[in-house]
Write a protein that binds this ligand. Sequence first.
Ligand code: AHR
Length: 348
Amino acid sequence: MSKDRKWQLPVLLVASVLAVLMSLSGCSRKDSSESEKPAVSQEDEATQKQNIVIGFSQIGAESAWRWCNTESIQKAAEAAGYQIIYSNAEQKQENQIKAIRSFIVYKVDVIVFIPIVKDGWDNVLKEARDANIPVIIVDRMINTSDDSLYAGYVGTDSYGEGRKAASFLLNRYAGQDGPFNILEIRGTEGSSVADGRYEGFREGLSKTSKFNIVYSESGDFMRSRGKEIAQNLFGKTHKLLVNGQKIDIIFSHNDAMTLGLLETLEEYGIKPGKDVVIISVDAEQAAIDAVKEGKINCVVECNPKQGPTVMEMVNSIMNGWSIPKSTYIPEVVFHEHEDLSQLQPRGY
Ligand code: AHR
């Protein structure tokens, strides 16, 4: 693993700390058995781990969720004793491509990256493959016909999240005829999570014809955009009307946009959670608090704490073991009809 590396990368921040070994559960060996491995002292193992460098390309810092996600990956790398080079792409795919190319030039051992959108990664990932650098895709997925371009994916089941949002509505409106009109605020255009939530939600609702999605717009996962969309739609009348149609339900693809939207609705004298049913995704602390206050009716969790699982994968790869092609982090649903008073602080 000894490589000639220079750390004065212009846009990259280097952090390294030594700590505990990560659990190996769920992973299988590809080559020799444990007993064939030469004995390595704990000290040597720690030193070997310190020499492992992860290049980590993050999308940006668009939400509290994203901050937590970045911290989870950085802390888990530190705890596992790996060095990590962090690059924040500030919401630009071209910055992510540049970062991955820098990681290749610096000969990192593993690339961990969160693709802002699905398309456009094949060329740079081929370059990583040609340089024999394994890639772990985290949180969002890419669109590719060549699955040899990445070792594995760790993240969220966004299609399942859309289905869970739909299933909340099916239960809440069971026995009522409708029709019920839905306004949808989508996440970043072209991202796997926005597409998954969009498709899963529609698939879940397709069991009945009583729900109509009458308007859908992308808010780019940003709080400011959630606010802006609500202002544009309801600013003139201060009523829950879109193109003359009454809105009964709002499905927002993340908490940041939902919180911006709630602020605007309240300014207009509209009571979220009562005058209009609100469903959100992520389960940030602020959204859980809003469920407790009756302002959000349902939050589908999207778990940002992906770091420990990602480091298990890095550990496996560094040991020559195979990793699963897809690993989903468990996620639950929080809603208005449950007692959330004992819930542990979310940490994001
Ligand atoms: O990719 C996960 C999504 O991205 C989260 O739902 C959102 O909050 C984040 O910005």
